[in-house]
Design a protein around this ligand. Structure first.
Ligand code: NAD
Length: 498
């Protein structure tokens, strides 16, 4: 077969369609956009962009499904189906892995340990939660002496609009879809335009395991004047759960204000790590290496500001730089690759603009700072070097703004109070890491940091039953365990007079 024919065939294979009412559909607006491999810059497929009509159809399918067999299922039946979805993802693990790595460029070594298994786990954990979490009941006195009982009943909110980002596409999407379905809602998902494939593929699993049609719908496209806005502005959507940038979260919250619809917002961060002189240096280096550079720095919980107590500052900087200099950048499937490109050329340009700004703002570049030399076949990819700076002022934009790349600034501090003040000197409040072997200090410092999750001597260790979310400009609300059930249900009080 000629190369052109082969490519044409591959293109057909990699079409990503909308998934509405259990069927794959093109675009009513007859619009599509390119899916680009961030490793090479080459076209890998075509994505059908949902028009307003498609979004209307998806919301209608989701509404209708609430009144169908799905709406009559018991918690136990739904939980069983959620387990079947998770098993269905496991069964097609390699396809999900391949698709996720092609869309994002991330190494198989990361996606096979984090993205895909945790994507499946999100269905199991919430299937269990919905069966095991109780609601409240109060007995109250009444003037006639007979009393009354109050019983809380959880009910699904209805149709949930899910807007997800590109950094952990399957994992962050199922983190919302898992609990939404466990609670009996139906969903319309708008994945990131950069990474639509695994969200579409999940539709096949839904059909395979017998999830009723219309329970899970997918519309592809962008934000403004596209599927994202059409979905979040849609009056048929009862609540919206979003993960992405703070500025986007503000726009979506405004859209949700019409009709007073509930929102869950998981947004950006500029997360600090505090490294005290009494830390275990090996652990602190290993943990900070992961928290700064994992997934090429594209993790919302990742560290971009590192504060190190002065006596160990020089040693910490040189050891972290030595380790960060050892990353192997390459194709996802190559053994040994432990860093991919950033997700797109657009994001590469954003990260590189901060690399240039750091120099303008007076940083000392300890490591990296540019585009790595890559072999010819990868030269068109969105590669950036792992980068470390020191010497910036606390009000430098590079220290204040979220970059979302493989980079950090390291600054010395002298006292615990100063370290806490520096950590909190940000409009964001998502995550922090504290490195110390002194547990009194750990217990004293961590509650003083304004953030949703504070790790001590670890990073990214997640028990999915715990509350997850951000304070300040990092978000609204908490998801995880019972907190997800609170968002994805309406709690009704039934008061029964005896
Ligand atoms: P983004 O805000 O650009 O996009 C997120 C999603 O919102 C995409 O699906 C996008 O198409 C959609 N969108 C954009 N504009 C919209 C609009 N006007 N209406 C409706 N939808 C719209 O974010 P991103 O670049 O995909 O992701 C990176 C960001 O996500 C970073 O800021 C990161 O910190 C944040 N993030 C936060 C968490 C968390 O849990 N707090 C997790 C992962 C990522």
């Amino acid at each position: 077969m000629a190369l052109a024919e082969q490519q044409a065939e591959d293109m057909v294979m990699k079409e990503v369609k909308n998934f509405i009412g259990g069927e794959y559909r093109g675009s009513s607006a007859e619009r599509s956009f390119d899916n680009i491999d961030p490793c090479t810059g080459q076209l890998i497929g075509k994505v059908y962009e949902a028009g307003r009509e498609d979004v209307d159809a998806a919301v209608s399918a989701a509404r209708d499904a609430l009144d169908g067999p799905w709406g009559r299922m018991t918690d136990a039946d739904r939980s069983e189906l959620l387990y079947a979805i998770a098993d269905g993802v496991d069964k097609r693990f390699d396809e999900f892995l391949e698709a996720e790595c092609l869309d994002t460029g991330k190494p198989h070594s990361i996606a096979s340990h984090i993205d895909i298994p945790r994507g499946a786990a999100n269905f199991r954990i919430f299937a269990d939660a919905v069966k095991n979490v109780s609601t409240e009941a109060f007995r109250m006195p009444t003037p006639d002496g007979n009393g009354a009982f109050n019983i809380a009943v959880r009910k699904p909110k209805g149709v949930i609009g899910v807007i997800s980002p590109w950094n952990l596409p399957l994992l962050l999407m199922t983190w919302k879809v898992g609990p939404a379905l466990a609670c009996g809602n139906t969903v319309v998902v708008k994945p990131s335009e950069e990474t639509p494939t695994t969200t579409a593929l999940l539709g096949e699993v839904m059909n395979e395991v017998g999830v009723p049609t219309g329970v899970y719908n997918v519309v592809n496209g962008f934000g403004p004047d596209s599927a994202g806005a059409f979905l979040t502005e849609h009056p048929g959507v009862d609540a919206i759960t979003f993960t992405g940038e703070t500025r986007t979260g503000e726009i979506i919250t405004q859209a949700a204000a019409r009709g007073l619809r509930d929102v869950s917002m998981e947004c950006g961060g500029k997360n600090p790590a505090l490294v005290f002189a009494d830390c275990d240096m090996d652990k602190a280096i290993e943990g900070t290496l992961r928290s700064v550079f994992a997934n090429c720095g594209q993790v919302c919980l990742g560290t971009e500001r590192v504060y190190v107590e002065r006596p160990i500052f020089d040693e910490f900087v040189s050891r972290l730089a030595a380790e960060a200099g050892k990353f192997t950048l390459g194709l996802p499937q190559e053994a040994g690759t432990n860093m991919g490109p950033v997700v797109s050329h657009e994001h590469q340009q954003k990260v590189l603009s901060y690399y240039a700004l750091a120099v303008e703002e007076g940083a000392e570049v300890v490591l990296g700072g540019g585009v790595p030399d890559m072999p010819a076949e990868l030269a068109g990819g969105a590669w950036v070097e792992p980068t470390i700076w020191t010497g910036l002022a606390d009000d430098a934009r590079v220290v204040r703004e979220e970059i979302f790349g493989p980079c950090c600034h390291i600054r010395p501090f002298d006292t615990e109070e100063e370290a806490i003040a520096l950590a909190n000197d940000t409009p964001y409040g998502l995550a922090a890491a504290v490195w110390t072997e002194n547990m009194s200090r750990a217990l004293r410092v961590s509650p003083q940091i304004d953030c949703g999750i504070c790790w001590v001597n670890s990073w990214f260790l997640r028990d999915l039953r715990t509350a997850f979310g951000g304070s300040k400009e990092s978000g609204i609300g908490r998801e995880g365990g019972v907190h997800s059930l609170e968002f994805y249900t309406e709690l009704q009080n039934v008061c029964i007079k005896i």
